[in-house]
Write a protein that binds this ligand. Structure first.
Ligand SMILES: *Cc1c(COP(=O)(O)O)cnc(C)c1O
Length: 381
């Protein structure tokens, strides 16, 4: 068996999804594939409450960020960026390269920007768009997407863009219920598929904004280029990633089999709080403050005396891969993903590996507290 991949994306891919990746290729015009592609697009639209268009396109989450900005803004527009970490900041670069005027609300890492602060800032001037990362993977902080959505009702001329790359299909999201105008994600995070596809939902308001822009400078990410294909996938614009679409179709089937997005969130919530309690019991602290901790990953700050490089090398020897810290937290913490189709068995293995690693670096004398805490929490009704 290979190593248990517990980075915050890609996450472990279950066999039924993996099998789809290995299927014999079909032409993208094959009626069977066209039907599957259409089904994926339509089901995603319904599942996330989108009254506009749903796009399923080859590319990663970063391309989706660019797609969101490209189709909702024009040069010189004001954009408000709400940043709770590294991925929030990535929007600054994207916006500045497009010649947008970006204002940034930056949270101290581990905390989140309050809804009231967002509202106050939106009142200052006319913003073409606002971006918020639902979960910032660098900090493990979850933003109040529904709360900001309430405020957005007062700003009908601003497009509300939500980066769901580390949240969609784990944290609950719905465009209609939360007043989100554009939501996007990548397949490798909470959908539990291999990397390679982006999904982007744009409601009617966002589609009207796109129409008002006329011809935009970008080509591959232009909504207008993709709309004919999304409406009828027999039409070619750029080659669809056939096997990834099948893999995504299986992932959607699994979400439905689980009862939909709400039960899926409940499962993630219970698992995450148990993992987080176990990490605290093992002597780690969590970067994200209580009250704004994501359910998709945990960022565990090392106790005094642990060297990051040694710790992650030993974890690797014990059979698991976790991610390091970003920015100012490089060397100070490790990040463990627990999203998608992750199982209790995999979590127990992961915590066992963390315990063995702690023992090898001399930071745990008696094993069991991590796994024990986790199992106790998971056993609660
Ligand atoms: C991973 C991630 C991205 C970047 O996605 P890629 O697929 O790596 O391009 C963007 N935003 C968030 C919140 C992420 O977690």
């Amino acid at each position: 068996m290979g190593k248990l991949v517990m980075i915050p994306g890609p996450t472990p891919v279950v066999d039924s999804i993996r099998v789809e990746m290995g299927r014999e290729i079909q032409a993208f015009g094959d009626p069977n594939f066209v039907k599957d592609y259409k089904e994926v697009i339509d089901e995603l639209g319904v599942m996330f409450g989108c009254n506009g268009k749903t796009f399923v396109v080859a590319g990663t989450g970063t391309l989706a960020m660019e797609m969101a900005i490209a189709n909702s803004t024009k040069k010189e527009d004001n954009v408000l960026i709400v940043s709770n970490g590294f991925f929030g900041d990535r929007f600054i670069d994207i916006c500045e390269r497009k010649g947008l005027k970006a204002d940034v609300l930056k949270a101290e890492w581990g905390k989140r920007i309050a809804v009231s602060e967002v509202e106050a800032k939106l009142k200052e001037k006319k913003y073409a768009a606002i971006t918020v990362s639902h979960v910032d993977t660098s900090t493990g902080v979850v933003a109040d997407i529904a709360g900001i959505g309430e405020v957005m009702k007062k700003f009908p001329d601003t497009i509300y863009i939500v980066d769901g790359v580390c949240s969609t299909a784990a944290h609950y999201e719905n465009l209609a219920e939360m007043n989100i105008d554009i939501l996007f994600t990548g397949t490798q995070k909470a959908f539990g598929v291999c990397p390679g596809l982006l999904m982007l939902w744009a409601n009617d308001k966002a589609m009207k904004r796109r129409a008002s822009l006329g011809t935009i400078p970008e080509f591959y990410v232009d909504f207008d280029k993709w709309i004919p294909t999304m409406d009828d996938p027999i039409k070619y614009f750029a080659t669809p990633a056939v096997n990834l679409v099948w893999a995504l179709k299986e992932s959607i089937r699994l979400i439905k089999a689980e009862g939909g997005l709400k039960p899926r969130y409940e499962r993630h919530l219970k698992n995450a709080r148990a993992v987080q309690k176990a990490l605290l019991a093992l002597g780690f602290t969590l970067l994200a403050e209580e009250g704004c901790r994501a359910v998709t990953l945990s960022n565990a700050i090392y106790p005094e005396g642990i060297v990051d490089a040694d710790f992650r090398k030993i974890i690797m020897e014990e059979g698991m891969v976790v991610a390091g810290g970003l920015g100012a937290y490089a060397g100070k913490l490790f990040r463990i993903g627990h999203m998608g189709n992750i199982t209790v068995n995999e979590m127990v293995t992961a915590l066992g590996i963390i315990e063995r690693t702690l023992m090898r670096v001399g930071k745990l004398s008696k094993p069991g507290v991590g796994v024990g805490t986790y199992l106790e929490e998971m056993g609660k009704k």
